[in-house]
Design a binder for this molecule. Sequence first.
Ligand SMILES: Nc1ncnc2c1ncn2[C@@H]1O[C@H](COP(=O)(O)OP(=O)(O)OP(=O)(O)O)[C@@H](O)[C@H]1O
Length: 288
Amino acid sequence: MTKAAKVMVPAIKVTRLHKTFNCCKALDGVSLDINPGEMVALIGASGSGKSTLLRHVAGLAVGDASAQGGSIEVLGRPVQARGRLATDIRATRARVGFVFQQFNLVGRLPVMTNVLTGSLGRLPLWRSLCGLFPHQDRERAWEALTRVGIVETAWQRASTLSGGQQQRAAIARTLVQRAQIILADEPIASLDPESSRRVMETLATINAEDKTTVVVCLHQVDFAIRYCPRTIALKKGVVVYDGPSAALTPALLRDLYGAEAEELGAAIQGSASFVTGPGGNAALAVAG
Ligand SMILES: Nc1ncnc2c1ncn2[C@@H]1O[C@H](COP(=O)(O)OP(=O)(O)OP(=O)(O)O)[C@@H](O)[C@H]1O
């Protein structure tokens, strides 16, 4: 094969995706490409469609069956097209780890067991029902817990962990899953600033070391700028910005967040704040 013929397959490709709920249009012709190994923030006001988009990429929801099309491919394989999931969606889902705001751990089970569930997609049903995880998966779970910095909690019930530790356990689960893409839906929304920082650093390290593609929905624009080189901003289901996070402008952020901008400004204080740099770009001044 010649060099010219070697074309990079996007990790995520969304083409003209529409999603209409009874109340409203949540996604209005969204198109985007995300390359393997990127770390991308998805920002926008409450109700702008961030979670809906992420759920569609993961194949947890289907878009409108519109005549114009509307499709998603992940790692070169179809996830959905024209409102129908691909028949082999299970194989694609196995390569995509999803991290939820509320962790989605089974509280009464040990952290280790929760992390091992990441391997369920690869195991025969009888093995997973009996909890018979292969030795190599147990080793991998141990390694994953070590990497995210909570190996000492391995045998505690998940419900006894702090929010930040639970979120890191959820990320460890994606490592055991061997996910090539991590989709994180507001993973730090319910965490204090220090726990938020550790969770974002954990995601950034996995992205840098394993080249895992990471897409993370964030309300905290300061964290988007600090950890994600690229930001995609949604407004009323439409992509209104797709570019370097460092080039976000205060004017765009005001337009994006409207009435929420005041609240956002308060949230930024303490860890970081925007200052207007040359050319009017939002530069980040990080305290501490
Ligand atoms: N299952 C659903 N049924 C009906 N409407 C829905 C459903 N899920 C989302 N919506 C609507 O779709 C729009 C986009 O919602 P979505 O949760 O994707 O926004 P978001 O940007 O993630 O918001 P937030 O930051 O508050 O989580 C909203 O108007 C929401 O009310």
